[in-house]
Design a protein around this ligand. Structure first.
Ligand SMILES: [Zn+2]
Length: 411
């Protein structure tokens, strides 16, 4: 079977990383489900030799990846994510002067974690969120939320209702879009003539250089360099005139778009970043093709560390139940033979088991009760926040372990 590129339809034939079979990251299971069969799907990414879009191969996609009532991710449970959302709001209002006469529309608005800050400033907001349960939480906060996937059809509906955006934003959604061209075409439709688009997504250059292969999971269909994302938006009549490199998710981009021919000048930052990506070879196949070996090496190093620790009789627990943890643990074959349990602050995840590996998810207080020697931080992008919150493990000589870019122990 040949899969075609999600953007340019070129046949895909070059592997970027093959992570074997993995369950869907947010398919946490209950103890009652343990006797049932569990579904695993191929987690194989390719790079397109024509546009260099890194993407997951088509798999038999279950309908419930997003959009059903069980989707367990609520953005408001992360302190640093809320801080980031507030800083973004302040920056946008300061730089572009949005006010009570503006319309802000967020795609994948989750539980209203970000739009609440625009609302506080009296700026009209609208969220578009496919997951009904998270949208409901947003509505309860007074954030109007449309329960829909975004694309041309939804965009046309908004325009018919007289809604167009002065600021159209989407954070960590571009990677999640199966029909990329339909999504970007929809953005073009709903953007006012002088409107601004901003989107944030993990930067492919960081993924490659920092070995962040665990950010590959089924919900992430595409992985973008600035070069490739600029091509994609340009093909739909949107010019990316500016870009910021920001630290979220281990290194993300925040792109700024306007209608083709708009007033805003191409920034130095945009020119410089393209040069940096070209210097890293992202306009050639080679750096993409050599990534797979780095991934295998990381697996061997993590397993060596865990085997050594267990043979010394150490107790290892994990922190967090993020999607990236699922990729890492399933790819490396790490189960309760190495890790007794993990903890998560979200009550929606507690008392469930991680998919595939069946590691139990406990309340964070469980760490104090069991005093593990090592705490493996799965959401390594939040490691500073997590180390600060759980620094008490040092009272009994506990150490923190971060798996990516390579195993590092902090005692
Ligand atoms: Zn392509």
């Amino acid at each position: 079977m040949t899969t075609q590129c999600r953007f340019c339809h070129n046949p895909l034939q070059h592997t970027f990383a093959d992570l074997g079979l993995s369950p869907i990251a947010n398919d946490y299971i209950s103890r009652e489900q343990l006797h049932r069969a569990e579904k695993f799907y191929p987690l194989h990414t390719y790079v397109c030799e024509k546009c260099f879009l890194v993407q997951i191969e088509d798999f038999e996609s279950p309908e419930h990846i997003f959009g059903d009532g069980d989707y367990a991710y609520f953005s408001s449970f992360s302190d640093s994510w809320l801080k980031h959302a507030k800083a973004y709001t302040d920056l946008m209002v300061k730089n572009f002067g949005f006010d009570a006469s503006s319309q802000v529309i967020e795609i994948a608005s989750n539980d209203g974690y970000l739009l609440q800050y625009f609302k506080e400033k009296g700026i009209p907001v609208l969220g578009i969120e496919p997951a009904g349960n998270t949208a409901k939480v947003a509505e309860e906060k007074g954030i109007p939320s449309l329960v829909k996937f975004f694309g041309v059809e939804t965009a046309n509906g908004l325009v018919a209702d007289g809604k167009k955006a002065d600021l159209l934003l989407g954070n960590n959604v571009l990677a999640h879009v199966p029909d990329l061209n339909d999504f970007v075409a929809g953005m073009k439709i709903v953007l006012k003539p002088k409107g601004i688009i901003t989107m944030e997504f993990p930067h492919l250059l960081q993924l490659i250089e920092q070995n962040q292969f665990d950010t590959i999971y089924h919900e992430h269909y595409s992985y973008y360099s600035f070069l490739t994302v600029s091509q994609i938006f340009a093909s739909h009549g949107i010019t990316l005139f500016d870009v910021e490199e920001i630290p979220t998710h281990g290194g993300s981009l925040r792109i700024y778009g306007q209608h083709e021919g708009g007033d805003r000048q191409l920034s130095n930052r945009a020119t410089k970043l393209k040069e940096k990506e070209i210097a890293a070879g992202l306009d050639k196949l080679e750096p993409y093709l050599s990534f797979g070996e780095k991934v295998k090496d990381t697996k061997r190093k993590l397993l060596s560390f865990l085997i050594e620790a267990k043979s010394q009789g150490k107790v290892i627990a994990a922190y967090g139940a993020p999607a990236k943890g699922n990729t890492l643990l399933n790819y490396c074959g790490v189960r309760t033979d190495f890790i007794d349990y993990t903890v998560d602050r979200s009550p929606y995840k507690q008392n469930l088991l991680l998919p595939g590996t069946h590691i139990p998810i406990m309340h964070p207080d469980h760490i104090k009760e069991t005093k593990p020697d090592y705490l493996l931080i799965l959401p390594w992008n939040l490691k500073d926040e997590i180390i600060a919150q759980t620094s008490f493990i040092r009272e009994w000589g506990g150490s923190f372990v971060v798996p990516i870019p390579e195993v590092q122990v902090f005692s």
